[in-house]
Every structure is written in C-alpha cells, then in structure tokens.
Design a protein around this ligand. Sequence first.
Ligand code: M6R
Length: 491
Amino acid sequence: EKEYNEAAQACVAPGAFDCEAFCLNAILKVAARLKGAFAIAVLSKHTPSAVYAARCESPLAVGYNEDGFYLLSDIDALSEFTSLGTPLDNKSAAVISLSDGIKFVRFDGTESAQRFSVLEKSDKKTHGDTEKQFKGDKMLAEIYETPSALEKCALNFPFYDSEFFRRIPLNSFDEIRFIGCGTAYHAALHGAFLTRKLCKKLTVSAHLASEYLYDNYREDTSVLLVLVSQSGETADTLGVLRRAQKNRTYCLAVVNCESSALAREADFCIFTKAGREVAVASTKAYNTQLLILTLLAYNIAGARGQTTVSKLNNAYETAKKIGSYAAAALENECAAKAIAQEIKEKKDVFFIGRGLDSFCALEGALKLKEVSYIHAEGFAAGELKHGSIALIEDGTPVIALLTQPETAQKTQNGIEEVKARGAAIHRLTVANSGKKSKADRCNLVLPHIENADFLPVIATIPLNFVAYYTALYKGCDADKPRNLAKSVTVE
Ligand code: M6R
C-alpha cells in the first residue's frame, strides 16, 4: 500500500500511473518470494475491474465468453461455463481486465503468448443426460456411464500397427514402471502384473507416485514410466513426470483429462475417454484405465515378440465388446443393495482376491471406506492368515473376488479360513460360458469373458454399487465424501 501510494504520487501527469501494471508487478514480486505450490487469484481495491492470477505447480485455468471471464483450478470443469479456455502456464501470472482483456506474463516478467483453445463439450452432454436421470446423483450416474465410457475408450485405443505405437519404442526398454496414486495406483498394479505375465523377460513394477519420488530408482533412457491419472493434475504423479524428464526417462501418460498438465507434458499419451468424472470417488475412470493397461500390456508383449498377432487381435476384439459386458455387470445393482444393507452397520469389511483379483479387492475397499466411512481393507487372499485374520469375528463381512481361473481355488482356501472364524461371505464370481450372469441375494456375478485378463476391467462395477448404496443407507453424501478433493494438487 505504501509503495502504491508513493508510485502513484510520483506520477505527476494525470492518468500516467498504470495501476494494473503496478498491481501485477506486486504479484510477481510476491510470487518470487513464495515457496512451494500455489494457485492464487487476487483482487485489488485500486483496480476494481481487474483480477490477477498466478500459479506455480498447482493448476489454474482461464476461460472467457461473452458473459465474462473465468478462473478455475480444474480446466475440465471450465467447459461447463465457457467454450474457450487455457491452462495458465506453470510459473506464470495473468491480468484479467474488463477494459483490456487478458494478458499473460511469466514470473520473470516476460510476456507469454498463451493461446485459448476450444474446450471439448461432448462429455458434458453425456454426463448431463445421465445425471438428470439420477437426479444429480453423480457417483451413481458415473457408475451407469461405465459401459459407454469403456466403449469410447476401446474405440480410441490406437491399433497395434498405428503411427502411435510406431513412435514408442516398446521393444527397446529394459524396464517398465507403472505409477499412480489411490485408485490410479490400483490400476498401475493391474498393468504391471499383466505386463509381467505377458512379457517374461522384462523387468516390470508398480509404484505409488508419492513413494517413488523418494526412492532411488535408476532413471535413464532404458526405462519407461507409465503414469496413470484421472485428473492429470495429481501433484505426486506430476512430480514423478518432471523428475523423470530431467533424467531423460520416457513417460507415457494414461490420463482422462485431456487438457491436464500430465497430458500436456508427457512424451506420449493415451486418453481414457471416460468422460468427465465429477464424483470424488473414481469409478468409470478406473474401469477405462484397466482397459487401456490391459491392451497396453498386450501391445508391449506384441512389440517384444512375446505374443502372437492372433492373440493381439483377440484382445482388440474383446475390447470392442467390453461395453456390453459392462452393461451386464450393471445388473448386479439389486444384489449390491442387499449387501449394502448387510454391511452398513458393520465396523470392518474385508475384500479378498488373488492375482489380478487382489487389485480390484484393494479398489473395492478404497471405494467403500471413501464414501461410507466404514473401515475396509483389501487383501491378497493368502495374506490374511499372516495377521489380519485376527480381526475376523462372527459376522464380519468378507467380499471375495473369484474372477481369475488361475487363482480362484486359492482364494477359496482363504474363504474357508475366514468362514471358520465366523465371517459372512459374499462372492463375486463369473457366469459359466454361455449362461446369463445372474446375481442372487448377496452374491455378485460378472458375465463370462473368454479372456479372463479383461474381467477386472468390469469387476469393480458391482463393488462400486456396494460402496454407493452403503453410503446412501448410512446417510453419507457419496459424491462429496468428507476430507477429500477430486484432484489432489498438493504433495
Ligand atoms: O486424478 P488421479 O487419478 O491422479 O487421482 C489419484 C487419486 O487421488 C484418486 O484416484 C483417489 O484415490 C480417488 N478419490 C479414489 O476414488
């Protein structure tokens, strides 16, 4: 304020003092002194017709239309208000002035020529339609959007001999690491497991982005990182990307939000095409991530000569039908409601499975605790007896996933162990080939898919219903669970 007054008084000629330039300069000075990630919007009493914005690491997007200007932390949400927008460049500021329009400046004071682009609208329409049908209930609407999301995702996935796959040297890497946070990490576990299964000689692993950043993994051109994220703005995942790029390590993003920082900055991108996901709990985005990672695993194997063209073609054929399999999985809604009624008063719920099922078990548990606040844990079924079985009491619900023929018998052993301690078992199984899937009271059934690697892609649909209805019966707002945000843009 003192500097402002001095500068204003120093300008003797009337109208010579440029208040907006002064305020912008003040913001740049403050930004230079701030530490860490931030996204701010500033108003000044001296320039009532201007808004200033600045960002470093945290996302901030600017948009406009004939009604006015918009500043949002989520560019994806901007399309609800305007068709023109741009994410503010990292370490940049903007002055949005009613008289002079928008000006972008880097923190070093140089002007930046950011361009506005037309924001994709189509998702808004699809979402709007289902949302209306579900009376604004976003999580439920998004579960119901899973079949169409998967169909779009499959359609968009590049064919194995496409230009996209010719550009990524999938056969040249010594190591592939799949990385994400929360739900995206569960997808990463699936991607890593399947890639390991199909590519015997490749070193493949999955990591939590927040932990990977503080581990000492070698990074160079022989390593490929597959970064999975719905929002593309998760700070930990972006941290991994930015460090990897300093180490000349290739990053392939599997991302839903197409204008996100991850999508813009990664070397290669596959969009999940799940449509806008608004509910905090990720549902349809996870299913599309699994579809992409399954097809990617087959493509990696194909590029390395570890699978046949006929198996690759079959994988693409299965992907084409995945929307109808997902639609059949929606038929579990009634059984899921019955399970939700049973578990809504329980203290703990356990999800068990082995192999690919174990990752959906983790996801089922995360979803339930996230929206219903019931303590839930997912386990590789063989692990329970190493300690946590002590928590099983008479009536403790255990949801067992038995979709994988290779491991179902082993999971059955785990079921017997907890049953003997009084657990109430609910099974998620697969219909026999040629039979219609029919969920009974308290047991969930998926349609038969010839290639079982694709079953996890739809396995969480019934589990998402269980989480949603448990929250509903407990009176919790599933769309906005306490303490959580849709994009976690802080470390
Ligand atoms: O946007 P991202 O996929 O990177 O987000 C990662 C996690 O924060 C996210 O999946 C979170 O776990 C969800 N709330 C789970 O439903």
